[in-house]
Design a protein around this ligand. Structure first.
Ligand code: SF4
Length: 346
């Protein structure tokens, strides 16, 4: 498929709020402020009509990546290329067009909807912001698509009058009303009652098919991502450690972190259970970034100095499937990169 969006070495760092005493001491000592490296050099592409899953433990940077994709954060460094145009070089009209085409569905429908706005105004608001006509017909169509029927019956209702599932459907209608090119869905069902999840997931599935949308799903739930996504990118401490087609990643995970994540997913039949790889140690420090591989303190396959010193690049490996990139020194680079030569030159 044609590429819709290209994320190029995206970084988002947040200043650590340490209080005025620490800030004063830093300004006296001449040290700069500390930064959380929430996203630290992430690159991937989103193709037209595809569904991509961003997975990883909380704090790995997947939500910050998602919010940067729809420009709710400006990147600290790196860029996003949309329809062959770098957003950092786009003019106001091009940014407005991008915002119209990039929508987000948030985890918590209780917080993402304004409690003082009716369903109608909530869904109509993006049309007003972008000065788009045919408001009533478009709001009605979006609510009908989200299976809030009959739509008119919901027009004057407020979020507190709706169930969690209905609120998330309103959020989906609001995201769809502008006919966007892509949607970022951040843990779209994790706050919903288990009985409501399947209905919202099948609506999201239908949304992808019928609108030909590209969707980025953000979740820690690999079973959900397996069901919803064509491709997966696994994140750890602000970086992608493995990415590729979903089946390939789930059936044949190569990075030790991906293996541990997949083995943490319960397998219904114990006879087909995989060998469990336990994650030891704590997630590393995202302020004082460690040298070499960020997973080294927890890695069951740690192989010494090369892991300790050399940052493993995300690249194709000789023993992995096509289109599957891995950031780990255990595997031989298919691109001719030699981490041991880099180690020797240090
Ligand atoms: Fe483990 Fe080394 Fe691979 Fe990092 S590079 S995941 S520490 S084997």
């Amino acid at each position: 498929n044609e590429v819709l969006l290209e994320v190029e070495n995206l970084k988002k760092h947040f200043k650590v709020n340490q209080g005025w005493i620490a800030s004063l001491m830093q300004s006296v000592s001449g040290d700069g402020p500390d930064y959380v490296h929430a996203v630290d050099g992430v690159s991937f592409e989103l193709r037209k009509g595809e569904t991509l899953g961003l997975a990883g433990e909380s704090g790995c940077g997947k939500t910050t990546t998602g919010m940067s994709l729809v420009k709710l954060h400006d990147p600290t460094a790196g860029d996003i290329v949309y329809n062959d145009k770098k957003l950092s070089e786009a003019n106001d009209a091009e940014i407005a067009e991008f915002r119209q085409n990039a929508q987000m569905i948030f985890q918590d429908p209780f917080e993402s909807l304004n409690p003082r706005m009716t369903v109608y105004d909530t869904v109509a608001e993006p049309l007003r912001i972008h000065d788009i006509r045919n408001e009533t017909a478009r709001v009605q169509r979006a609510l009908e698509f989200a299976e809030l029927l009959p739509a008119e019956q919901y027009f004057d209702q407020y979020p507190h009058e709706l169930s969690g599932g209905q609120r998330q459907r309103v959020a989906i209608a609001r995201a769809l009303v502008l006919d966007p090119d892509f949607i970022v869905a951040d843990e779209p069902v994790s706050m919903l009652d288990v009985s409501l999840r399947a209905g919202v997931l099948s609506l999201l599935d239908r949304m992808t098919d019928e609108f030909g949308l590209s969707v980025v799903y953000i979740s820690h739930d690999l079973s959900l991502l397996r069901h919803m996504c064509d491709r997966l990118a696994i994140m750890y401490m602000g970086k992608i450690v493995e990415k590729g087609p979903t089946d390939q990643i789930i059936e044949n995970p190569q990075h030790p972190y991906t293996q541990a994540l997949i083995n943490a997913v319960p397998v219904p039949d114990p006879d087909v259970g995989r060998e469990r790889v336990e994650l030891r140690g704590e997630v590393g420090d995202v302020v004082e970034i460690p040298s070499g591989c960020r997973f080294k303190s927890r890695c069951p396959d740690y192989i010494g100095d090369v892991c300790d010193q050399v940052v493993p690049p995300l690249e194709q490996k000789t023993d992995a499937g096509v289109d599957q990139d891995i950031a780990c020194h255990l595997y031989e680079s298919a691109e001719g990169y030699d981490p041991y030569a880099e180690l020797a030159s240090m």
